[in-house]
Ligand binder design. Sequence first.
Ligand SMILES: Cc1cc2nc3c(=O)[nH]c(=O)nc-3n(C[C@H](O)[C@H](O)[C@H](O)COP(=O)(O)OP(=O)(O)OC[C@H]3O[C@@H](n4cnc5c(N)ncnc54)[C@H](O)[C@@H]3O)c2cc1C
Length: 324
Amino acid sequence: MVYMSEANYGASRERARGIAAAGTHVVKAYLEHLLGAENVAENVPMSQKTTFKIGGPARFFVTVKSRDVLVKLLSALDYIETAWTIIGGGANLLVNDDGFDGVVIRMATSDIVQNGNFVYADAGVNLAKVCMFARKNSLSGLEWLAGIPGTIGGAVYMNAGAYGSEMQTVTVCVDVLKRSDDEWKIETINAGELDFGYRQSIFQERRDWIILGAYIHLAHGEEAAIGERMDEIMTKRRKSLPTQPSGGSTFRRPRPDFYVGTTIDRLGMKGNSVGGAMISDRHAGFIVNTGGATCADVMELVKQIKDAVREDTGEELHMEYEVL
Ligand SMILES: Cc1cc2nc3c(=O)[nH]c(=O)nc-3n(C[C@H](O)[C@H](O)[C@H](O)COP(=O)(O)OP(=O)(O)OC[C@H]3O[C@@H](n4cnc5c(N)ncnc54)[C@H](O)[C@@H]3O)c2cc1C
């Protein structure tokens, strides 16, 4: 699995040696055989696949709808030494302007089932669907999730949170696909072993572990009250968050009592821009794409904010998005 961390931005990356070696047409034919031609696309601009609407082309963009197919796909990609990466909704991703010279795998598994106060949701399930499912089944505990874009896989990976709750609060265990002795095996890991922290999980260290699905523990509630709270949260978010494309909050909070957006606002940086990237004039914690922003624009604006905040407060900020 190939990723770039913020620190590696601009450094040379491992490339998909295998595609060159195996021949693009061979890889394409194999992917189509495994996934169906309708689930394989070539040279897809990642700007079409991320909420930021930024990013160069993925050599291949494939949609995976079942675990079995995912295992076969990963084994084959390992065999031909082809780089791959997993994404969910692309709501926390900043993709390089060069794109990704490998296979971007979108998790599109979609099962969601209830067992009493427990819900099992596949990694590819959209967060809006999970919220609607909880609401319709009178299950309380996910109201805070209303309006957060993405999938269960991405939410577990990021330990997504809002209004004082996060995935850690509700997750019991996670089904994970791991490579062991050249074989892919499924393991169920208890939440206590997933190193959850503020916007953190073990998956950020173990990039080759794939989240297949999560067991979530909720409480019985009243459908009307749950719906009312979700609607209230959605209204609040609509009023306070930017409407232009973004990748969510730009930075993690360096400590719980440090509000990054408020600090950027105080420094008078709201509305500052580089190319098509602008510090939102609605919420300074977000960089938005006002049209045609590049990854380089965003990274330059990030640098300017980091420098200004460091100079003013001594705090070192770290980006919240994953950079591919
Ligand atoms: C307007 C806006 C508002 C937002 N508000 C919030 C908020 O209030 N709180 C919050 O926490 N976040 C927020 N976010 C960020 C984002 O919604 C969350 O981080 C979300 O959980 C990302 O999910 P995703 O499926 O889109 O992940 P992606 O962006 O697709 O991926 C994020 C990371 O997770 C990894 N990943 C995804 N699926 C898997 C998998 N199955 N197995 C292993 N790794 C995987 C990817 O490789 C990548 O590194 C916001 C974003 C936007 C655009």
